[in-house]
Design a binder for this molecule. Structure first.
Ligand code: CA
Length: 245
C-alpha cells in the first residue's frame, strides 16, 4: 500500500443537455478522485482545455464527450486533440447515436470508449475505473522508453528507430506503447483488443492483426521477417529486443 493518496483526476464534461450534465455532476461529486469541469459547447471545451493546461499545468485526464453539441459535432474535438498529439487524455463519447458507423468513426479517430445514451451511472463509473486502471496518468514524468533501437517518447508521442523519427497514427502509437510496456511478454489478441479498443470491442477483433501489420511495416527492417513483433501462433504477439535474443 502506498502512503501517497491517489492524485485527483480532472475530467472535462462536454454536454449541452442540462439534465445529463446535472446528473453527472452530482454523481461524480460523490467520487473524491474525480474533479469535474462542465462545458456545454465545443467552443467552451476548447477554452477550458487551454485554461486547464495553463492553470493546472497539465491536460484533463479524461473527456466525457457528447457528439451533438450546439456549435458543432463532438467528433471535431476528437480529431483536433488527436491530430495535435494530445494522446494521453482519454476520450469517452457519450452519445444517443448508437449506430455502428458512429461508433467506428469515433473510435477510429481516437476516442477510447463509446457509451450509448441512456447509460447507468454504475456502468460509466466502472468504465472510468477500468480506463484509469489500464492507463495510470503519470505521463508528464515519463522518460523515453526503449527497446532495441526503438525509442518511444510519451511527451512528444514520437517513435525513433536508430534516431530516425517514424510517423505513427495515435492508435499505432498506443499499440506500440502497450507492447513496449509489456516487452518480452506474450499479449493475447483479446488483451490487446481490450487495452487499445476498450472492453466492448469484440466486433473489432480483426483490428489487432491489421494494426500489427501496419506497425511491422513501420518498425521492422523486413516486415515479412519480423525481429521485434513476434507472432505467437494461436495466442497473440510478443515484443522482444532483437539485440538480446
Ligand atoms: Ca447533445
Amino acid at each position: 500500500m502506498s502512503n501517497t493518496p491517489d492524485s485527483i483526476l480532472p475530467i472535462l464534461l462536454v454536454e449541452d443537455d442540462p439534465s445529463i450534465g446535472e446528473f453527472l455532476q452530482a454523481a461524480l461529486a460523490r467520487e473524491p478522485r474525480y474533479e469535474l469541469h462542465w462545458e456545454k459547447s465545443l467552443k467552451g471545451a476548447y477554452k477550458a482545455w487551454e485554461k486547464q493546461i495553463t492553470k493546472a499545468g497539465g491536460p484533463f485526464a479524461l473527456i466525457l464527450l457528447d457528439l451533438g453539441l450546439p456549435d458543432g459535432d463532438g467528433q471535431e474535438l476528437i480529431l483536433r486533440l488527436r491530430n495535435g498529439g494530445k494522446e494521453q487524455t482519454l476520450i469517452m463519447v457519450l452519445s444517443a447515436r448508437g449506430s455502428e458507423i458512429d461508433k467506428v468513426r469515433a473510435l477510429d479517430s481516437g476516442a477510447d470508449d463509446y457509451l450509448t445514451k441512456p447509460f447507468t451511472i454504475g456502468e460509466l463509473l466502472a468504465r472510468l475505473r477500468a480506463h484509469f486502471r489500464r492507463r495510470p496518468l503519470d505521463l508528464p514524468e515519463a522518460t523515453p522508453m526503449t527497446i532495441g533501437s526503438l525509442e518511444l517518447d510519451d511527451l512528444g508521442h514520437t517513435v525513433r528507430k536508430d534516431g530516425v523519427s517514424i510517423a505513427l497514427t495515435p492508435k499505432e502509437y498506443q499499440l506500440l506503447r502497450l507492447f513496449v510496456l509489456n516487452q518480452g511478454r506474450i499479449l493475447s489478441y483479446q488483451s490487446i483488443l481490450r487495452a487499445i479498443w476498450g472492453e466492448h470491442s469484440d466486433e473489432q477483433a480483426h483490428y489487432v492483426r491489421l494494426y500489427v501489420k501496419r506497425l511491422r511495416e513501420k518498425i521492422e527492417d523486413d516486415p515479412g521477417v519480423p525481429q521485434y513483433l513476434i507472432t505467437e501462433k494461436g495466442i497473440g504477439y510478443r515484443l522482444r529486443d532483437p539485440h538480446i535474443v
